[in-house]
Design a protein around this ligand. Structure first.
Ligand SMILES: C[S@@+](CC[C@H](N)C(=O)[O-])C[C@H]1O[C@@H](n2cnc3c(N)ncnc32)[C@H](O)[C@@H]1O
Length: 258
């Protein structure tokens, strides 16, 4: 079953607020990409523009957000009152971008949704500016979770099926690196980043009720109901309970091979 981003679009931002780590990650990505006003940034699977809009505020480059889901793009457009970003409905497998013109392609929390990752990486390579003796090539930057994140996920105790669903969706960085190379990308660099957040039980219940991660929408309905019921019982017993979530991100960057 594929997750429905149309249903979650109106509540997506409230259930997934940007963290300090997300902001630091955007800043680091743009610092390293060193883009100018003539450059183009393409965020593939931009969703509601949760990252695209802050990103656009940090770079002089032209910014385009591409997503397959109209409802997610509607939310993004409504937030972009200054019209800073060009929002386009499109597919990761067929980007609405000409060959070789992008300085940066971003895929943040999207590759776990792609059945044909290598094909999507090849499409990113097509739109990236090739490097040369006098010009720096464009780069692809991927944000995803590591297998360790999947194994240690704070909701696993309530929903054992989450890890079963997510293991193949969040493969080891070695697997992703090999796929990037097959897609014609080189100079693959991997950075692993950790973030720990403490969350009040009421916020956890809200997030789970809103199926704030796509995996919750893919669980068998009975498992989802039973896990949510356990969390609701904890909330009813003691509202001061806090849960700790440790996230482990893999940030991969790659450039078109010569
Ligand atoms: C988990 S959301 C992440 C959104 C955004 N990058 C963020 O971090 O807030 C994944 C997004 O990818 C989009 N998506 C999934 N498959 C796609 C595809 N094949 N092509 C384009 N967008 C896709 C979904 O519609 C959804 O908006």
């Amino acid at each position: 079953m594929s997750p429905s981003f149309a249903r979650i679009a109106p509540t997506y931002d409230a259930l997934r607020p940007l963290s300090a780590g997300d902001r630091a990650g955007l800043e680091a990505m743009l610092r390293e990409a060193a883009l100018g006003g003539a450059d183009l940034v393409v965020e593939v699977g931009c969703g509601t523009g949760r990252l695209t809009l802050p990103l656009a505020g940090l770079t002089p480059a032209r910014v385009m957000g591409v997503d397959a889901e109209t409802r997610m793009l509607e939310v993004a457009r409504a937030k972009d009152v200054a019209g800073r970003v060009e929002w386009v409905r499109g597919s990761a497998y067929r980007l609405p971008v000409a060959d070789g013109i992008a300085g940066l392609v971003v895929m943040a929390m999207v590759i776990h949704l792609l059945r044909q990752r290598t094909r999507a990486f090849g499409e990113a390579r097509r739109v990236l500016r090739p490097g040369g003796p006098d010009a720096r090539g464009g780069r692809l930057c991927i944000w995803t979770f590591t297998p360790r994140h999947v194994e240690d996920f704070y909701l696993n105790a309530f929903f054992p099926g989450i890890a079963v669903i997510d293991r193949p969706r969040f493969p080891a960085v070695e697997v992703l690196t090999a796929e990037l190379r097959r897609a014609g990308l080189a100079q693959v660099r991997v950075e692993v980043r950790e973030e720990v957040r403490r969350m009040a039980i009421a916020d956890v219940v809200d997030r789970v009720r809103g199926r704030y991660i796509s995996t919750l929408g893919m669980l068998p309905p009975l498992e989802y109901r039973l896990g949510l019921q356990r969390l609701e019982e904890m909330l009813a017993q003691d509202r001061t309970i806090m849960l700790s979530q440790r996230s482990e991100w893999a940030i991969l960057t790659a450039e078109p091979s010569p």
